[in-house]
Design a protein around this ligand. Structure first.
Ligand code: NDP
Length: 502
């Protein structure tokens, strides 16, 4: 059973039209716009400009001019910081409008999106602080004749490509850090959830960002995104999305040797030992698997349970999952909203069918939920999953928890590391050695110990293996948007290379 929160017809909703921001001007697209059908309500909620290759090229050249001519890269850190802080205040002032847009376009629970907008405000403020503290190094240890200074310079024009699962939060994990470093940018949101990113463009103009520093081009990946990854005037691509398109992005960027930062998929394990605080873990297991309907790169979609506790733990997770409230994202009590598109719902269902055919068992959920509008999926538990099954290795990106078991600590580590992904992992034990051993041996960018999916602007985030390249958040984030330059300075008379004649 699942607690159902029935969506009701959208009252007072006015379909919004979103334009593109190119070189400081708002532009309509030349062709027909892209209609967004709300995943929860099944009706059109917004129309977004379908940008073209030539729109993307104009935006890139605008960002190039804004970088090469300035003034943005030449402004002081304090001046850039002031713009970022104003943007943070304006985001906070428009939080409810932004949260509503993400909820209705992505089908996410409104209470959760409010948290994401608040988190984004914090990230913009944190990046503003880094604009003033970014620095290089100096070497006064090279002898009387030499002084070495290592500069961190803004890398240049950055293409930022974002997905639909956290539309406003993910652009906040990239853009303010690029701006703090002094870069200029072209941003392409997912065609499914562009509204809040376009609003961010309005906010940045109001905050005083010079024209051309941030350009927002909406449209599809193959049309707009592809140019952003190949154009010679772009210096760096920062991408979040699927591992398949991440790989393509890297190959495209390789043609002109652009720097690439990739935040890709995950199949994140939670490893649980018998001595763990199981009450705390049960809650974290349900949260980790069903938060954002499992459409989350960080989802704790693989449980690796000690065999001695597996039966009891799975029963308790199923009891807890039955209390999760699924349905209308606009109801503040809802915990799990809609699935992004009908095609994605089919993909999730196909994974569940495939798992059953290869010997796994649906212990809870497994069915789609029919509210007469939108597309929804029940929180699902698959037991008896073996490490070689697709649901143990591939990103389902839906509310589906796969349960595996282990006998020894070494076996748990081997299962955790046996797949291509390495984004994050959790370990649950009251034993210090166990937690630290798992923390050191599991190959993933973040390891949570006796908690799951906590985060902070200060803590770096990113993946090992095919989960990505580079780190977002933390001070590393702003450094990622810089080039390193060495100034090697000679002091006093220089010894000649040619031995003087006579
Ligand atoms: P994609 O990787 O296709 O999309 C991510 C972004 O890349 C979107 O803005 C998309 O544009 C853009 N894009 C698509 N094709 C290109 C291209 N050729 N060049 C440049 N940019 C491009 O993810 P999907 O939205 O299709 O989701 C598919 C799967 O990816 C999910 O089922 C999930 O497994 C995974 N995923 C992982 C995410 C993560 O956070 N790690 C986030 C989202 C998805 P557009 O879609 O507008 O065409």
């Amino acid at each position: 059973m699942t607690v159902l929160v029935h969506p009701t017809a959208l009252k007072d909703h006015k379909v919004r039209d979103f334009r593109m921001l190119i070189d400081g001007r708002w532009e309509e697209a030349k062709g027909a716009p892209i209609d967004r059908i709300a995943p929860s309500h099944g009706v059109m909620v917004s129309r977004v400009a379908a940008g073209t290759k030539s729109d993307a090229e104009r935006a890139i050249l605008s960002a190039r001019r804004a970088f090469d001519v300035g003034p943005w890269p030449g402004m002081t850190g304090a001046e850039r910081s002031a713009v970022l802080l104003r943007a943070a205040d304006l985001i906070a002032a428009r939080a409810e409008e932004l949260a509503y847009l993400d909820a209705i376009e992505a089908g996410k629970p409104i209470s959760q999106v409010r948290g994401e907008i608040a988190g984004s405000v914090d990230i913009w403020r944190y990046a503003a602080a880094l604009a003033r503290t970014l620095h290089g190094e100096s070497y006064n240890t090279l002898g009387d004749g030499t002084l070495g200074v290592v500069l961190r310079e803004a890398i240049g024009v950055v293409s930022i490509i974002t997905p639909w699962n956290f539309p406003f939060l993910i652009v906040a994990q990239k853009l303010p850090f690029a701006l703090a470093a002094g870069c200029t940018a072209v941003v392409k949101p997912s065609e499914l959830t562009s509204g809040s990113t376009v609003l961010l463009g309005e906010i940045l103009m109001e905050a005083g960002l010079p024209a051309g520093v941030v350009n927002i081009v909406t449209g599809t990946g193959p049309e707009v995104g592809a140019v952003m990854t190949t154009h010679p005037a772009v210096d760096m691509v920062s991408f979040t999305g699927s591992t398949a398109i991440g790989r393509l992005t890297m190959a495209n960027a390789a043609q002109t040797l652009k720097k690439v930062s990739l935040e890709l998929g995950g199949k994140n394990p939670q490893i649980v030992f018998p001595d763990a605080d199981l009450d705390a873990f049960i809650d974290a297991a349900v949260f980790g698997a069903y938060f954002n309907a499992g459409e989350c790169c960080n989802a704790g979609s693989r449980l690796i349970l000690h065999a001695s506790i597996a039966g009891d733990v799975v029963r308790r997770i199923a009891d807890h999952a039955a209390k999760v409230r699924v349905g209308d994202p606009l109801d503040p009590e809802t915990q799990v909203g809609a699935i992004i598109t009908p095609q994605h719902l089919e993909k999730i269902s196909a994974y569940i069918d495939g798992a059953q055919k290869t010997g796994a068992e649906v212990t809870h959920g497994g069915e789609t939920l029919n509210f007469g509008m939108g597309q929804f999926m029940a929180p699902t538990i698959l037991s008896g999953v073996q490490p070689d099954m697709a649901v143990a290795r591939e990103e389902v990106f839906g509310p589906v928890l796969s349960v595996l078991t282990f006998q020894t600590r070494e076996e748990a580590i081997a299962i955790a590391n046996s797949i291509d992904y390495g984004l994050s992992a959790g370990v649950w034990s009251r034993d210090f050695d166990t937690c630290l051993t798992i923390g050191r041996k599991v190959r993933a960018g973040t390891i949570w110990m006796n908690t799951f999916m906590d985060g902070a602007s200060e803590l770096p985030f990113g993946g090992f293996k095919q989960s990505g390249l580079g780190r977002e958040l933390g001070h590393h984030a702003v450094e990622d948007y810089t080039e390193i330059k060495t100034l090697n300075m000679h002091i006093g008379a220089r010894t000649s290379w040619w031995v003087p004649k006579g």
